[in-house]
Design a protein around this ligand. Structure first.
Ligand SMILES: Nc1nc2c(ncn2[C@@H]2O[C@H](COP(=O)(O)OP(=O)(O)OP(=O)(O)O)[C@@H](O)[C@H]2O)c(=O)[nH]1
Length: 307
């Protein structure tokens, strides 16, 4: 008798087998052929909104049953986004695992490949976790330990946090916190910590950002300057682009007489790998308006930053 189709469920549920299923080999590894379908066995404790299909693995005497956060408690294996690895597959579109973003003329990395509208946050997390599980499997990591078992899901949440800035828009970040004020001198916010991921190696770069502007009839809520920096830092970046984006955003949103941004950062891709120069620091600046045209004002800004 042909096995029933997998049912789409969420929360704790029963698993039903499908002939299209890939199988657990008890090691969270390769696909096995010829496993017996299991009629209505298995349950899921993950609460994940995915369709999961299950077969009785050839190498196991009882069916795959217990899933916790997408991890099989029997073998530590998970869901293979490439449909050919580990024993269950989340029901996300094939396009969901295509990490290629459409190229943009200005070379900027967009979120298009990371957050298509058709996918929920939960689905995105599952796709990333599944890809991470495949990577860990490929590295030969034993996924049975208490600490490592939930790492793919943990990593997915972390990566989404690191890139949360893609979902934010400048106007929302500013939130209308502009106040008419008769103050035309330089406002400088120093020492804003930034943590970002370099788009080349996906490892952190971090440092300090200093933002100044010359008000033109209105001032902006101080926290919003730091929020603008945070929004752009929480994306895959290069330091130069991050610096430019912060300056342009403030320039366009509040139309001051000038904006200056100064970032000093350490790139772990240069410290813990590659050329291995842990003390190297990169400084980038972006000057707009009077900061670009008035050398003494620019110097005053630099002096205040380095004071
Ligand atoms: N301009 C710029 N370059 C960066 C930034 N972050 C990382 N990089 C550089 O991006 C470059 C990528 O160079 P590739 O030759 O493609 O990569 P790679 O073989 O890993 O290079 P190495 O880091 O030299 O080992 C490296 O030189 C990195 O130092 C950044 O924020 N700005």
């Amino acid at each position: 008798m042909a096995p029933p189709e997998a049912e789409r469920v969420s929360g704790a549920r029963r698993l039903r087998p499908s002939k299209d299923m890939t199988h657990c080999n008890g090691r969270g590894g390769e696909t096995l052929g010829g496993a017996e379908p299991v009629d209505g066995s298995g349950s899921c404790e993950s609460g994940a909104d995915v369709s999961i299909t299950a077969h009785k693995p050839a190498s196991l005497s009882s069916p795959v049953t217990a899933w916790v956060n997408g991890v099989c408690k029997r073998c530590g294996g998970g869901m293979d986004p490439l449909l050919n690895g580990v024993h269950a597959v989340p029901s996300v579109p094939a396009a969901a695992v295509d990490a290629r973003a459409p190229p943009r003329a200005d070379g900027e990395v967009t979120a298009a490949a990371l957050s298509p509208d058709q996918r929920s946050d939960r689905e995105r997390q599952e796709v990333i976790a599944a890809a991470m599980r495949a990577i860990l499997n490929e590295l030969g990591v034993d996924m049975h330990g208490d600490g490592i078992a939930g790492t793919p899901e943990r990593y997915a949440r972390t990566l989404l946090e690191f890139t949360a800035g893609y979902a934010q828009q400048p106007a929302e970040v500013l939130g209308g916190a502009e106040f008419r004020e008769d103050f035309g001198e330089m406002v400088l916010m120093r020492d804003v910590d930034i943590w970002s991921l370099c788009e080349h190696h996906l490892v952190p770069f971090f440092g300090r950002c200093h933002i100044a502007y010359l008000p033109s009839g209105k001032v902006v809520g101080l926290s919003k300057l730091a929020r603008v920096a945070e929004m752009y830092a929480r994306r895959l970046q290069v330091q130069e682009r991050l610096t430019r984006q912060i300056a342009d955003c403030i320039d366009e949103l509040i139309r001051p007489k000038g904006v200056a941004v100064y970032i000093e950062a350490t790139h772990l891709c240069m410290s813990m790998r590659g050329v291995r120069k842990p003390d190297a620091k990169t400084i980038t600046t972006a000057m707009r308006g009077e900061f670009a045209t008035n050398a003494s004002l620019r110097q005053e800004f630099i002096d205040m930053v380095n004071r």
